[in-house]
Design a protein around this ligand. Structure first.
Ligand code: HGY
Ligand code: MN
Ligand code: MN
Length: 416
């Protein structure tokens, strides 16, 4: 690799500037970002992203699920490009960095290669994946899951949000129902930069996480049917209280996850009481569950533990509980060649680093089931994410972007 390429550094101030520029699309008073997928703020950031990619000489295409592919030509266009990127949608109480860092660092890599006049041997492609977060439409990492064939495009287009709006309607609403079929853009590999969203790198003073694995995920939709009745006249022993039932289920799941800790986590993040009223005993509740582990046997144990607890609690309380598994993502073991390329880049650049398992799901986890993929982590403040306080430093973000760039250069090769 030429000395220019070998010593190439991204423009730290430019990357940092784009992160804060895009944070205004959905900015919240607490300094976070609320940019739900396929909503108006997502359209704003997508339009911005398209303009910036085109200004950097990239050819931007949009697929039928709205994922954006920005292609930078290489010397040998007969080979599928190396993909790099992440997502631009956020959680309702999201931050400035989750997904955004990886997508904008990918754009920064292109800008840096342009400035240095470097042509890669094989092309590279910057990707913004639709709906990584899974908050408005389930499942999470929806578009990359369809890209690898876990779901059909029609299945995903028909998914509806809590207001009954379908993915198709939402895509049409923001003008990102692309004309390219899902999977049109072949990729020979994918590398994703992301904040760790956990405490390990910061606690150990490490700059780079070389992600070699990722937790598996179980998502459930649940429905509790008890019996609405008068809060004042119904004796306690006669109640079939849906919220009291859910409360026991939450604590049972927490204790099951703790039994397998630290190799397991479990969360009930949503619970909606039908027709809530202060003086009516809750009769019906819809809820969702998220369980995770990097160990398949523990994932199965979490499923069994949850179902056993629900059976006991619902029988004792004479309440009906339905639990549907709506998404099962097996644990990820990233491609060793690409993981080694990330590690080599971190070493070459002199960054402290360690191998790490991702607690969060990422589009790279889906891609890795069909093409080689790997991830680069950088620390975030107090390990906090999916919270408006999410924060990271310019130095770490720039380090991550440089590792991303040198990993991609090693994989794509430098033609000139
Ligand atoms: O749920 C996840 O792990 C990701 O942040 N969507
Ligand atoms: Mn993310
Ligand atoms: Mn996230």
């Amino acid at each position: 690799m030429s000395p220019v390429a070998s010593n190439l550094q991204i423009d730290s101030a430019r990357l940092w500037g784009t992160i804060h520029e895009t944070a205004k699309f959905g900015a919240t008073p607490k300094g976070g970002v609320r940019r739900l997928t396929l909503g108006p703020e997502d359209k704003q950031v997508r339009d911005w992203f398209r303009r910036e990619c085109e200004a950097a000489g990239l050819e931007v295409h949009v697929d039928a699920l709205g994922s954006m592919f920005a292609l930078r030509k290489g010397r040998d266009m007969s080979k599928p490009p190396i993909g790099l990127g992440s997502h631009l949608d956020t959680q309702p109480t999201g931050g400035k960095f989750d997904g955004v860092l990886g997508t904008l660092a990918a754009l920064e890599v292109v800008r840096t290669l342009n400035d240095a006049g470097i042509e890669t041997e094989i092309p590279i492609c910057v990707v913004n994946w639709t709906n990584e977060e899974g908050s408005r439409f389930a499942p999470a990492m929806m578009a990359s899951a369809a890209y690898v064939g876990d779901f059909t495009t029609d299945d995903i287009l028909a998914r509806k949000d809590a207001d009954g709006v379908s993915v198709a309607e939402a895509l049409d609403g923001i003008g990102y129902h692309g004309d390219k079929p899902v999977g049109f853009q072949k990729l020979s590999g994918f590398v994703e930069l992301h904040i760790e969203q956990g405490p390990i790198l910061e606690a150990e003073g490490k700059t780079i996480g070389v992600v070699d694995s990722g937790q598996g995920v179980l998502w459930y939709d649940g429905r509790i049917t008890g019996f609405e009745s008068h809060a004042g006249t119904t004796p306690m022993p006669l109640r079939r209280d849906a919220l009291a039932t859910l409360s026991e289920i939450v604590l049972a799941m927490e204790s099951t996850a703790r039994q397998h800790g630290p190799k397991a986590v479990g969360t009930i993040g949503e619970a909606v009481i039908a027709n809530p009223s202060r003086n009516v005993i809750p009769g019906e509740i819809a809820f969702t569950v998220d369980c995770r582990s990097a160990d398949t046997a523990i994932l199965d144990a979490l499923d069994a533990g949850l179902r056993a607890a629900i059976k006991e609690i619902s029988t004792r309380r004479k309440v009906d509980v339905e639990l549907d598994l709506v998404w099962r993502k097996p644990p990820t073991h990233f491609d060793q060649k690409l993981v080694n390329a990330v590690e080599e880049a971190a070493k070459k650049l002199g960054f402290s680093h360690r191998r790490i398992t991702s607690g969060a799901g990422h589009d790279a986890c889906n891609l890795n089931t069909k093409i080689p993929a790997a991830m680069v982590f950088v620390p975030c403040k107090d390990g906090v994410s999916h919270n408006e306080l999410e924060d990271a430093t310019q130095v770490d973000c720039s380090a991550g972007a440089n590792v991303l760039m040198h990993t991609v250069l090693a994989l794509a090769g430098v033609a000139s």
